[in-house]
Design a protein around this ligand. Structure first.
Ligand SMILES: *[C@@H]1O[C@H](CO)[C@@H](O)[C@H](O)[C@H]1NC(C)=O
Length: 199
């Protein structure tokens, strides 16, 4: 009986959980796509210290911004490092950016870069065509070329917490730690701005 009850509770929780989740679509609102962080942490470098964008183009179209081409990693860290990745969502309210409770952190970004439940996978990593070849390099081996299929930068997300519709930005941060867990001098920070729509 005990087992049956726990199954029932589990199923109920699953249903409750999925009904609480609200689905949103995030669409970029400008062709600039990646921008410098407005509140830079000490030592933060821009997106062009993470990737070489010379083989990459962004074009604005009717349904958003399309990305075409390849990105080559240039971040000067070591293959044995651990990368910590963060994504913080802020919304624009009466002229200022306000923080939200939607802040994600991956202590070992490389272990979850290709995890389909992750934010960065949905918005970007799933479009990397040569993933099998470059998976192990993650973002840790400078010169790794990520070949991407052309895609419109937008993604659907389910959030348990309600989100306002309208203008938001996602602030991405990457930090690297050596094998003694000492942080490397250079960290990366950049933002993307767009709109969340309820679907
Ligand atoms: C992307 O890389 C592939 C393989 O090296 C190459 O064939 C292709 O021309 C590159 N794309 C662009 C836009 O440079």
């Amino acid at each position: 009986m005990g087992r049956k009850l726990s199954y029932q509770i589990m199923i109920l929780l699953l249903i409750v959980n999925s009904s609480l989740q609200v689905k949103y679509e995030f669409v970029l609102d400008n062709e600039q796509v990646l921008t410098e962080c407005q509140d830079k942490p000490p030592g933060a470098l821009d997106y062009d210290s993470l990737f070489d964008f010379s083989e990459l183009t962004f074009t604005m179209g009717g349904d958003g911004v399309t990305l075409t081409g390849n990105a080559t990693t240039v971040w000067d860290i070591k293959p044995t490092d651990r990368i910590q990745g963060t994504a913080n969502i802020l919304y624009f309210d009466r002229g200022t950016w306000q923080s939200t409770i939607l802040n994600m952190i991956a202590q070992n970004f490389c272990a979850t870069m290709y995890d389909e439940r992750q934010f960065w996978y949905k918005i970007w990593a799933r479009h990397i065509i040569n993933a099998d070849e470059v998976k192990d390099n993650c973002l840790k081996v400078p010169g790794t070329k990520l070949i991407m299929e052309p895609f419109v930068i937008k993604a659907e997300f389910g959030f348990d917490a309600p989100l306002r519709q309208g203008r938001h930005k996602i602030v991405f941060g990457f930090r690297a730690f050596d094998e003694h867990n000492v942080e490397r001098k250079d960290n990366i920070c950049f933002e993307i701005t767009g709109e969340f729509y309820k679907i």
